[in-house]
Design a protein. Structure first.
Ligand code: ADP
Ligand code: ASP
Ligand code: MG
Length: 435
């Protein structure tokens, strides 16, 4: 008998009919002789709708109350799903995050899981029931308050349960057939990937591919959980996210590599992701002397903002001044601008520019480690499409560029084609609104 953890995203439980369809699927898994634990998201776009509602009441909702509000979404879907399963003659019990033992730190809206104590889930399984757990939520012991794990956090709930219960599989059910080489809503000829390493998936998730939440991929990697991302609308095999052994340099690659978990022939490029949620701040006229970058980024760090790309220009010989640009989530933009303005005199820079009309594109592939010419091919494809590059940054397995926001989708399509990733057939998007 296997223990299977299944996560159903909002698009899979968008209405009563969908809930019944998912319930049937869960019952089938149970009838096949498995123990089943389900993590479920809020119905459809209801988390966004609750957020909109909060902002209609006040521009800056109190974080504790916002978490109280948002966790209601998952409470609705978990109860409906459990009822639906029970109506089919199977025992099912729903649990809130705190009842399921998802213990987090106290950071509302962005809480991290610090412990998982799924005693009640285990008891339910032992008594032959299916356990339905509300995704995206937890509980802080110190404050006694309910927390949320950040947008897309139900993926993390599922992975954390799979790790704590030592599940055999963790299946992430969504509205597309798996992980594709690009978002199939933007690139119709995106290709479904059969297997992807967690390090590549981490880069894609960090750069805007919301099909998996980055923290869930990190958690799965750390705890050795293998993920299977697939559609809840059919029975097709989806994408396996596997934890690869440490990469070996080509000259030491062992002959029995076929026996290791990663495929023998790794494709050069795993996929391309885009992100429209970032903005760019340029600190203009910074004295080009030691310590200034440290000073600026210490100010930024104190705001808690997550900095992504950083570019410092060569200073002008005549003035000894340079410009430093960096990207960050738009939601942190105002806070960081304010923090920098307060310290302007102390840092001695001339001014600040804020640009929230940028788009970021990231090309990801472990094969880049051993292949030259990837950047040249990327820049050529963008040049031929008349798309201007404003910033560039690279890691071992990723090249990112910043363009104007309104060109990033075109950029995505031309880059996808240039790297030979286009499939023969169009990808199917089964549901969801893409919000
Ligand atoms: P769920 O409601 O199941 O959590 P999400 O909307 O969070 O679903 O994630 C699924 C969506 O992610 C897809 O509908 C697709 O538009 C988007 N997406 C972005 N990048 C990719 C990718 N590389 N592969 C598959 N889907 C992607
Ligand atoms: N309902 C939450 C959200 O929309 C969590 C999730 O769906 O994973 O972000
Ligand atoms: Mg999601």
């Amino acid at each position: 008998m296997s223990l299977i953890v299944q996560k159903y995203g909002g698009s899979s439980v968008a209405d009563a009919e969908s809930i019944k369809r998912v319930a049937k699927r869960i019952v089938e898994t149970r009838k096949a002789g498995n123990d089943v634990v389900v993590a479920v998201s809020a119905m459809g776009d209801s988390t966004d709708e609750l957020l909109d509602l909060a902002h209609q009441v006040t521009p800056i909702p109190a974080p504790r109350e916002l978490d109280m509000l948002l966790t209601a979404g998952e409470r609705i879907s978990m109860a409906l799903l459990a009822m639906s399963i029970r109506s089919m003659g199977h025992d099912a019990r729903s649990f809130t995050g705190s009842q399921a033992g998802m213990i987090t730190d106290a950071r509302h809206g962005q809480a991290r899981i610090v412990d998982v104590t799924p005693g009640r889930v285990r008891d339910a399984l032992d008594e032959g029931a299916i356990a339905i757990v509300a995704g995206f939520q937890g509980f802080n012991r110190g404050t006694g308050d309910i927390t949320t794990l950040g947008r897309g956090g139900s993926d993390t709930t599922a992975v954390a349960l799979a790790a704590a219960l030592d599940a055999d599989v963790c299946e992430i059910y969504t509205d597309v057939d798996g992980i594709f080489t690009a978002d199939p809503r933007v690139v119709p000829r995106a290709r479904k990937i059969d297997r992807i390493s967690s390090e590549e998936m981490l880069e894609l998730a960090a750069n805007g591919a919301k099909v998996l939440y980055i923290r869930a991929v990190e958690y799965a990697r750390r705890h050795g959980v293998t993920l299977h991302v697939r559609s809840s609308f059919n029975n097709n095999e989806g994408t396996i996210v596997f934890n690869a052994p440490e990469p070996t340099a080509p000259d030491e690659a062992s002959p029995d590599r076929e026996n290791s978990e990663s495929p023998v022939e790794e494709p050069l490029i795993a996929g391309v992701a885009t992100d429209l949620s970032e903005a760019k701040i340029t600190v203009v006229g910074v004295p080009d002397i030691p310590g200034k970058a440290a000073q600026i980024f210490n100010i930024v760090a104190k705001t808690g903002a997550n900095i992504d790309m950083i570019v410092q220009n060569v200073s002008a010989a005549a003035t000894g001044l340079t410009d430093i640009s960096f990207t960050l989530p738009k939601s942190d933009g105002q806070t960081v601008l304010t923090a920098l303005t307060v310290e302007q005199e102390d840092v001695g820079y001339r001014g600040l520019q804020y640009d929230d009309q940028i788009g970021k594109l990231a090309l990801v592939g472990a094969g880049m480690r051993t292949n030259a010419g990837v950047s040249a091919k990327l820049f050529t494809a963008l040049y031929e499409a008349g798309i201007n590059i404003e910033m560039i940054s690279t890691s071992e397995i990723r090249i990112s560029v910043v363009t104007r926001a309104d060109t990033v989708n075109d950029a995505l399509r031309v880059v996808h084609t240039a790297f030979g990733l286009d499939a023969d057939d169009e990808a199917v998007v089964h549901g969801g609104t893409g919000r």
